[in-house]
Design a binder for this molecule. Structure first.
Ligand SMILES: NC(=O)c1ccc[n+]([C@@H]2O[C@H](COP(=O)([O-])OP(=O)(O)OC[C@H]3O[C@@H](n4cnc5c(N)ncnc54)[C@H](OP(=O)(O)O)[C@@H]3O)[C@@H](O)[C@H]2O)c1
Length: 332
């Protein structure tokens, strides 16, 4: 697989990574597929999808434990990217950016992941109660202590401050300017996909200008852009899509022209090419610093997604995709 580099340290990873969240969090059935998930992670590494993206809050904790079972045997094949700063409570998820907490969280992640170093340690969300420089300073100390190789920041409120369109990432850009004064940012993680392209406005150019890597989260639109979800079929109550405005039967039907557009481009490249692969190739085409982290817990999806690294979209394809209708249904 093509390799891409992240950040000033030029950390090399496979062009298509693996988002491990669906193995333990957010989607129905997440928690019942341990063995299948393990096979999916091994397959990703076999195929060169080296970047494994997780977080301590996925599960919580069980996603890192699952990865630890693979890393114990194959640490040298993987690039481990995890996150800290969000705590899962009974009813709420709260930010905790206190320096002492972040350092303890890192030690706990290292234990669960069965490794002595994390390749990319990301701040999941800044804590509004703690100046972000203090949290970032503690994370920088983890680099100096050899527990972490590089630091990343996840976009704040990507769907959370619920402002879409121009200016959506203004808060994240302000945070980035502040933390850069303390220690270099190696990667930014934010949603980027054909139906959520807002990061293209300012966030992606900011990263590109500074040699900062960009991890494209939710590049498959939480599965919608693969064309395998059927409007009206519904989601289990424990699936985040059961509450997402873009996943009502009405909005999924209204957004079918986006899937149809991906399918038309896929057909130009052969009958085995899928809308999911076109969606991933679109993210890869947004810059050499972009690494999509499609979430998947099935081996077959991992294989399909890894193969997208070899799909080169033409200028005509990109024009066709740029002309697709904007997604209907805000995240508000
Ligand atoms: N930093 C943040 O705040 C943040 C927020 C959200 C996500 N993320 C990261 O981004 C990653 C990806 O996001 P995501 O998993 O929510 O959304 P996604 O990658 O857009 O979509 C994942 C969904 O698509 C399905 N899928 C994957 N490949 C497929 C294929 N080729 N054909 C058909 N269906 C396919 C998966 O199914 P199965 O699960 O059934 O295999 C899963 O339900 C996460 O794993 C996480 O690492 C980060």
């Amino acid at each position: 697989m093509e390799r891409r580099t992240i950040g000033a340290g030029a950390l090399a990873v496979g062009a298509v990574g693996l988002g491990c969240m669906p193995m333990s969090w957010a989607y129905s059935g997440s928690r019942q597929r341990g063995d299948e998930s393990l096979r999916a992670v091994h397959r990703a590494l076999d195929l060169g999808s080296t970047l494994l993206d997780t977080a301590d809050m996925y599960g919580p904790f069980t996603n890192e434990l699952l990865l630890g079972r693979v890393l114990k045997e194959r640490r040298g094949d993987a690039f481990v990217s995890t996150k800290a700063g969000l705590l899962v409570g009974e009813q709420h998820i709260v930010a905790n950016g206190r320096p002492g907490y972040v350092k303890r969280a890192c030690d706990a992640s290292l234990r669960r992941l069965q490794t002595d170093v994390i390749d990319l340690y990301q701040l999941h969300r800044a804590d509004p109660e703690v100046p972000v420089e203090e949290t970032w300073g503690a994370m920088a100390e983890l680099v100096h202590a050899g527990k972490v190789r590089a630091l990343g920041l996840c976009a704040m409120g990507a769907r959370g401050g619920r402002r879409s369109g121009a200016g959506m990432h203004d808060g994240t850009l302000r945070q980035l300017r502040r933390v850069q004064q303390v220690f270099p940012v190696s990667a930014v993680q934010a949603e980027l996909s054909v139906w959520s392209p807002e990061a293209l406005d300012a966030l992606l150019p900011w990263c590109e200008a500074r040699g900062v890597g960009f991890l494209a989260a939710m590049p498959l639109g939480n599965g919608f852009l693969t064309g395998t979800l059927i409007p009206g079929e519904g989601f289990e109550p424990d699936d985040v899509r059961a509450r997402h405005p873009r996943f009502t039967a009405e909005m999924m039907a209204a957004n079918q022209p986006i899937v149809a557009g991906l399918r038309r481009v896929a057909w130009r490249h052969g009958e085995n090419v899928t809308p999911a692969q076109v969606a991933l190739a679109w993210t890869l085409a947004q810059g050499r610093h972009v690494v999509p982290v499609p979430g998947a817990k099935h081996e077959c999806w991992v294989e399909e997604n890894a193969a997208a690294a070899g799909l080169r979209l033409t200028a005509e394809d990109l024009t066709a995709l740029a002309g697709l209708p904007a997604a209907q249904g805000s995240w508000d």
